[in-house]
Each structure stands twice: as structure tokens, then as C-alpha cells.
Design a protein around this ligand. Structure first.
Ligand code: ATP
Ligand code: MG
Length: 274
């Protein structure tokens, strides 16, 4: 007879396949995804298709996708969400945040180990977050860690062993430098993650996070922003651009001042010089 203890034990046994990074993965997606624009759904849908391709096609045991876009547009959260939704037995996030203080060779070893572990699972997703920070790229003199770069290039190009399949989801805010340093032919596909650039999308976010008590109050804010010249809804020349990460942090800041949420929000948005 199977009792509750056995059941929990079984769950525990399954768990290690996800590794420690499951926690990290959860952490980067804990705030969820707000569907403020159809492009958000398109990116998630594309991600789903790559997951399906890896799951079903025997011809493509290795698929790699790059999510790129300006800082704070949600690349990490989207990449992690796609990875999580795959429900593959091995899902891991390689993030510069987890390698603070690592030497070059420790980084190479850690990254190589994640890939080596992934080869043991029939289906895996590895999220390689923020390539430019992983390789310690600095604009000054365009310096970076060549050892980490070479390791990534090799691992991104290596087919998993027979019977194993791997999806690599990489992110970067520095698309142009990737080409300069040798990543041009590396990815099977690239998805651009855009910033928020319409008042409609902004209003959607405001509604979703329930910053205001009433719809009226919310619309008043968007009206004021429109008057201030913020509107880019014509889709031609966006007058303002803001990453969802920054917008959410501005919203939380405005929330701290219950008396004048609207003015604080507008002030902060205008203060961005957008
Ligand atoms: P950076 O350039 O600093 O690496 P990023 O582009 O990786 O930033 P994230 O770290 O993913 O951005 O931050 C996006 C934040 O916004 C997360 O907290 C995420 O939960 C939240 N979020 C809400 N809606 C979305 C969305 N549609 N897309 C992405 N992230 C979203
Ligand atoms: Mg990121």
C-alpha cells in the first residue's frame, strides 16, 4: 500500500533533477508576466514552439534561441517562463548573479557542469542569462573573458549525445557586440523583446497591478501623460519607451505615497526624460 510518506518521498526523488536552479528560476519569474501587448504572447508562443520542436523532432536535438532587447524589458523573466513551461525533466538557469566572485576558471567549470548535467537528461532546457555579463564584457576597450566566451561558443555548438535533446535560451542586452565577438551564426533563432512604448500598454500594466482604486483615476493619469506628449500609440514613432522592470519599480515607489500616487507616478515617468 502506498502511503503519504511514500508519495512525498517519490516527489523528493524526482526533485533533484531540477537542481538548485529551480529555486533561482522561480525567483526570476515570481512576479509573473503581464500581457500588456500582443508581442508578449507572440514571444511566449514562439518559445512554446521551440520547446515542441526539441521535444518532437529527432532531427534537431539542439535548438538555441536568443532573447535580446534593451535593459529591463523582461528578457530573463520571459526566458525563465518559457523554460519552466516546458516541464522538461532538466531545467537550469545559468546566471551571472549566481557567479559573483567566481574566477574565470570557476565560471567555465560551473557553466560546463550545467551542460554536462543536461546531457544526462533526455530533454533539457538551459537558460544562459545575460551573456555579456557572464563573459564580463566591458565597453571600455571592449574587454571580456575570452575563456568564458570560448566555453560558451563550444557548448552552444555541441550536439548533445545520442538520444538527448537540449534547448538553449540565451539573453542579452547587447545584441551588436554578440556579432562582434563571434556569436553571429550561433543561434537558430532570435527574438527581440521590445520596451513598452504605448499608453495603451502602460494603462494595461497599471490596471493589472491595481495601483489605483478606480478606473477613472487610472484614465486620468493616462490622459495627463497623453497631454504631456507621451503617446506613441500611432505605432510609428514611439514618444516614450520604458522597460517593464523599471515601470514596475516606479509603480511600487508611487504606491508608497498613498496620498498622491498619480502625481508621483507621472513625475517619475516624466523624470525619465522620455
Ligand atoms: P536586465 O536587462 O536588467 O537583465 P531583463 O530584461 O532581464 O532585465 P527582467 O529581469 O526579466 O528584465 O525583469 C522583468 C520584470 O518584469 C520581472 O520581475 C517580471 O516578472 C516582470 N514582468 C511583468 N510582465 C512582464 C512581461 N510581459 N515580460 C517580462 N517581464 C515581465
Ligand atoms: Mg535579465
Amino acid at each position: 500500500r502506498v502511503n503519504r510518506g511514500d508519495f512525498l518521498h517519490a516527489l523528493e526523488e524526482v526533485h533533484p533533477a531540477f537542481g538548485v536552479s529551480e529555486e533561482e528560476l522561480q525567483q526570476v519569474i515570481q512576479n509573473g508576466i503581464i500581457h500588456f501587448d500582443s508581442v508578449v504572447d507572440e514571444i511566449l508562443r514562439s518559445g512554446e514552439l521551440f520547446v515542441e520542436q526539441v521535444r518532437t523532432s529527432t532531427r534537431t536535438p539542439l535548438v538555441s534561441v536568443l532573447l535580446h532587447g534593451p535593459p529591463g524589458v523582461g528578457k530573463t523573466a520571459l526566458g525563465a517562463t518559457i523554460a519552466q513551461a516546458s516541464e522538461f525533466p532538466f531545467i537550469k538557469l545559468i546566471s551571472p548573479d549566481s557567479m559573483v566572485g567566481f574566477s574565470e576558471s570557476q565560471k567555465v567549470a560551473a557553466i560546463t557542469k550545467v551542460f554536462a548535467d543536461s546531457y544526462k537528461s533526455p530533454l533539457s532546457v538551459v537558460v544562459v542569462d545575460n551573456i555579456e555579463r557572464l563573459i564580463d564584457w566591458t565597453p571600455m576597450g571592449a574587454r571580456f573573458s575570452n575563456a568564458v566566451l570560448q566555453a560558451l561558443l563550444v557548448l552552444f555548438g555541441r550536439r548533445p549525445p545520442k538520444g538527448r535533446r537540449l534547448l538553449i535560451i540565451a539573453t542579452s542586452s547587447q545584441r551588436p557586440i554578440l556579432t562582434d565577438i563571434g556569436f553571429s551564426e550561433t543561434f537558430d533563432s532570435e527574438l527581440r523583446v521590445p520596451p513598452i512604448s504605448t499608453l495603451r500598454a502602460l494603462e494595461f500594466v497599471l490596471q493589472e497591478v491595481e495601483l489605483f482604486q478606480s478606473a477613472d483615476e487610472r484614465r486620468q493619469v493616462t490622459r495627463q501623460l497623453k497631454e504631456a506628449g507621451f503617446d506613441g500609440s500611432d505605432g510609428l514613432t514611439p514618444k516614450f519607451q520604458i522597460g517593464i522592470k523599471k515601470l514596475l519599480s516606479i509603480i511600487e515607489m508611487a504606491r508608497q505615497e498613498p496620498d498622491d500616487v498619480a502625481q508621483r507616478l507621472i513625475g517619475a515617468l516624466m523624470g525619465l526624460g522620455i
